[in-house]
Design a protein around this ligand. Sequence first.
Ligand SMILES: [Zn+2]
Length: 679
Amino acid sequence: MQSLWSDKDADAAVSRYADNGVSPDLALRVYTSRLLGGDPTLVLHGGGNTSVKTVVSDLVGEPTQVLCVKGSGWDMAAIEPAGLPAVRLGPLRTLRRRDALSDEDMVRVQRANLIDPGAPNPSVETLLHAFLPHKFVDHTHATAVLSLADQPDADERCAELYDGKLGIVPYIMPGFLLAKKAAEIFEEDETVEGLVLLKHGIFTFAETARDAYERMIDAVTLAEERLKRGRKNVFAPIALPAAIAKPEEAAPILRGACAVPEPADAYKRFVLDFRGGPAVLNLVNGADVGRYGRAGVATPDHTIRTKTYPLIVPAPEVGRLDDFAAASRAAVEAFVAEYRAYFARHDKGDKRQLDPAPRVVLVPGLGLFGLGRSAKDAAIAADLAESWVATVTDAEAVGTFESLPEAELFEMEYWSLEQAKLGGATEKPLQGQIAVVTGGAGTIGLATARALRAEGAEIALIDRAEADPEPAAKKLGGLGIVCDVTDPAAVAAAFDEVVARFGGVDIVVSNAGAAWQGKIGEVSDAVLRESFELNFFAHQNIAQKAVRIMRAQQTGGCLLFNVSKQAVNPGPSFGPYGLPKAATLALMRQYALEYGGEGIRSNAVNADGIRGGLLTSAMIADRAAAYGISETAYMSRNLLHREVTAEDVAAAFVDLALARNTTASIATVDGGNIAAAPR
Ligand SMILES: [Zn+2]
């Protein structure tokens, strides 16, 4: 591992932050924290922490000795001075005299001694930083160090490797007792440059930012070099079926199997994030995956994201996905039963069980999936799983991977201070669901996608190349796919892309459409057929593909069609548009009829007179002039005398997506039009 320290960059950080009144100490603390945070083999997603002891002015201007330590919720890769709240050092150090200190009291003392009462909570490892004398203290969960620290004989291995350069601290859960123990071990030999925390990670320290950082790099490099020596071959592979199904075939099956049934036929669903690189495959294909795969996490703070161990399912064989589904469901059932038993074994009656679903799934032949209640959380679980793969692979190459005893992992998973890291935000009604919107870059499609996203759904926008769905999708943190919905092969490929990205599909808004005109007795066959391709067959292409995925998931689903007013209230010369839309209305009912028994709902929105949809400004001006009224009056020709907007249509789609007992229904969004009211 190379040191990335650069005098030039360090000086630049000092002068850049000086302009905002940030001291050189804190500027350098930010600079090296970012160097550490930028390397995923050192820390990932809020893991690790750093500190600097310095002097700041308190709120009344008195110079005060403080510890600036990473705040909860900050990521080292992108940390700013505000992410290193200053805590009065004196009171923190006074705590060392105590024999015990509850977590609640520790947090209270830390918060009470913040210089800025509005700052984030200081790290749960604050006291460890405070009890050490050094100005700069760095802490990471480096994978190479963990490969040696997660061994049955980790203390001897680390003592031998570091040869007095680092102190060795036995595992203690983070908090007051660990901080005291670490300080005691440091004081046994004050020449050490850092501490290895068995089954947890590594600290280094020094008087300068550069030395503390480079001591970390040196210690990790030593571990990396040790891991290159005396390796045995890992892992002996199992025999795999000749043809393995693709991730997008396996994902909906796994996603459905892992969904947690909630009362009254609802599901708590997860988004999936797939990883299939060579290192992952090497591990999941190992004959012994049932042993090392279930040995536990690489460092305890991963348990809140990945649970204690992953779910392991058999390889998905092409042509035998039914067997894969049955085996996956049985594996999830066993996982859930074990999780409940694990909770019951360790809960002393004061904890509430978290959902029992796995957060990582290992699939021989294929790779691994991270699961989360959002795409972001799924990616975090997958990142942590990949880092676990690296730790376990190296640990097994030089010895035997060993994590903590189950009771310690439970303490960590259910530690209130760890759970607080997840933010505890209230979940949105469509959290964990995946929505596909066709015509997604158009006025109604985009408004609908935004509204679904606001309710927590992950979004895929499908549209023609000319409409360029990607920038709009990116803004929503979603997936943009160029696709001609009249081409069944392109639709199949688009859904494969959605499933490869998110793991499945729950809501489909089949919205793409265009208006062809012509008097029905005179219009050409070609025009009529073209309109049927887009305004009917494309809806069928979309719905058919979506239903196939929903049925693999077995968690129901929601089809939503945009049918025009023309479907129920034909207008002159709009036959080529209204006829296929009427067929699409019938299509909606057919799906409702045939798949209701599987929890798949099918509904339509009957919208009319939406500006920017099929109704262009030129058309509005033209029609208003023809009627001899203003454009505003033209757009408000309805019972409510109000213009109807794309957002109104979007709200109707969202309502139908949430209406769990509504199917075969049409929601009319037109401001009121008795002639077009469905009966
Ligand atoms: Zn740690």
